[in-house]
Design a protein around this ligand. Structure first.
Ligand code: F0G
Length: 477
């Protein structure tokens, strides 16, 4: 079967997620919320009127061309290889930088550490994206639409990775766009800040945290003609669905028992639920995995809403009063989120309703993990395979907790999403390993200089002795 994609705007549109509103809008209408009721928007497709594959195996026909980087070859992209699942833009408008060429690693060493049986734990390593995080999956989709709509300036608020990704895409788009990023002063990991600067985005350091940055970018975006690239942009989430297609592809289309991901602004988990719901409705999968969203204890809004206050999606009629009461309490107590996992240091996640929806679709749950847990698991993941940044490690720390609670069985097949690369935040890593009483620490051993400059003079024998002491071994004869 041969499937092609052309944009058919009557078969794809934006729709308000509020079941009592359901207002629809064209894909060319630039909106980041429903003008009628202020709810979030979805991209919706009339699947039965679109050319769709009959099974996921269809995508295997693209494996032969997946290494091609030639102009016009979309199979190189781990997002557009699955283009039938996001048919809102034609081939000619797609902006791709080779995103989504990532890895699903079966990792028995980490599995053993957290109490899973062999061959049951998989790590989906999104740090391999061109800008080093999963954000590129979404940016390619949102930039493609921005190009289709002829936008010239794009902007976002960010804890770092969104800004790095936006900055990278902005200059690679043809014609290039101006990237403007809003980041909180002193709250961004240096790896990410350096990317925004290097890639040439106008970088605005805003007094305040991520929530303040997002509010401020939304306030000015209309007046300045900025096209917003945060995950309130529903087209970004369309691209992030592809992370789930690749997980299935790497598992030979076998649906795992669990997907576990960190939660910040809650775009990723929102996209995952949508991806599985669509695949299920089209008949491409027969069951949907369970979802666990892991937040930091210092930024645990979703945990409080879903677990403590038991607010459930309830077909879209969730208890908004409880959410408002929580936010009011945060305001009254001047609550500010705080976690070492700066990527997820967010207290008012904009995608909260969509996250609740995903938790319903995927029979999901939310757990919170401490900074200590996050850093310990980051060190384990680093030691046994793939270096990731603190926020990513929340997924594995959450898995360990769920195994202890006997919610996840050691026999279940589990995919943890590692959202960003280790080198995004080297400060956190070095601080951990040089800290006091850190469980998985591997501190550097100081060895004094040798040769003429050393005072007092040192010999090779001195070095041998020091190195053997660090290795815990006897001196060789
Ligand atoms: N992991 C990393 C490495 C992130 O950068 C983010 C979000 C998340 C997890 C959380 O994902 O927002 O979809 O729930 N970073 C955003 C940013 C907020 O601005 O870069 P989410």
């Amino acid at each position: 079967m041969f499937v092609t994609v052309t944009v058919m705007s009557d078969k794809v549109y934006q729709v308000c997620i509020n079941p009592d509103c359901r207002q629809t809008f064209g894909i060319d209408e630039i909106l980041f919320g429903c003008p009628k009721c202020d709810s979030l928007l979805d991209v919706e497709y009339q699947w039965d009127r679109l050319n769709m594959p009959e099974s996921l195996e269809f995508f295997e026909t693209r494996w032969a061309t997946k290494g091609f980087r030639a102009e016009g070859h979309l199979d190189f992209s781990g997002v557009w290889r699955f283009r039938e699942m996001l048919q809102f833009v034609g081939k000619d408008d797609i902006v791709t930088i080779g995103e989504g060429r990532t890895l699903l690693e079966e990792n028995d060493l980490v599995a053993r550490e957290v109490g899973m049986k062999p061959q049951r734990l998989y790590l989906q390593y999104e740090g391999l994206n061109p800008s080093g995080s999963f954000k590129d999956n979404g940016m390619t989709a949102a930039f493609s639409l921005a190009r289709l709509l002829g936008r010239k300036r794009v902007a976002c608020a960010s804890t770092g990775n969104t800004s790095a990704s936006l900055a990278m895409f902005a200059h690679k788009t043809d014609p290039p766009m101006q990237g403007i990023v809003f980041i909180g002063t002193g709250r961004i990991a240096y790896g990410k800040l350096s990317q925004a600067l290097d890639y040439g985005a106008l970088t605005l350091q805003i007094e305040g945290d991520f929530d303040a940055c997002l509010r401020r970018v939304i306030e000015v975006s209309d007046k300045l003609g900025l096209y917003l690239m945060n995950s309130v942009n529903p087209f970004r989430l369309e691209g992030q669905k592809a992370i789930m297609y690749r997980v299935l592809e790497a598992r030979n289309w076998d649906v795992p028992d669990w997907i576990i991901c960190p939660g910040g602004n809650l775009g990723n988990c929102s996209a995952f639920g949508k991806a599985f719901k669509e695949m299920y409705e089209i008949g491409l999968i027969k069951r949907i995995p369970r979802l666990a969203v892991i937040v930091a204890t210092g930024a645990n809004t979703l945990y409080q809403v879903h677990e403590t206050d038991a607010v459930k999606w309830n077909g879209g009629r969730y208890d908004k009063g409880k959410v408002s009461a929580l936010y009011k309490h945060m305001d009254e107590t001047n609550y500010l989120p705080h976690t070492i996992a700066s990527a997820i240091e967010i207290s008012r996640p904009v995608n909260l309703p969509k996250a609740l929806r995903s938790l319903e679709i995927m029979n999901g749950l939310v757990r919170e993990v401490t900074d200590e847990d996050i850093l310990e698991h980051k060190a384990l993941i680093g030691r046994y395979g793939l270096g990731c940044e603190p926020a990513s490690a929340a997924s594995v720390a959450g898995l360990r907790q769920l195994i202890r609670e006997q919610v996840v069985s050691p026999d279940d097949s589990v995919v943890c999403i590692l959202t960003g690369h280790e080198l995004k935040d080297p400060d956190a890593t070095v601080k951990y390993h040089t800290g006091i009483d850190m469980k998985a620490a591997n501190p550097p051993e100081p060895i004094p200089p040798t040769g003429r400059c050393a005072n007092p003079p040192r010999k090779v024998a001195d070095d041998l002795q020091a190195i053997c002491a660090a290795l815990g071994e006897k001196l060789p004869d």
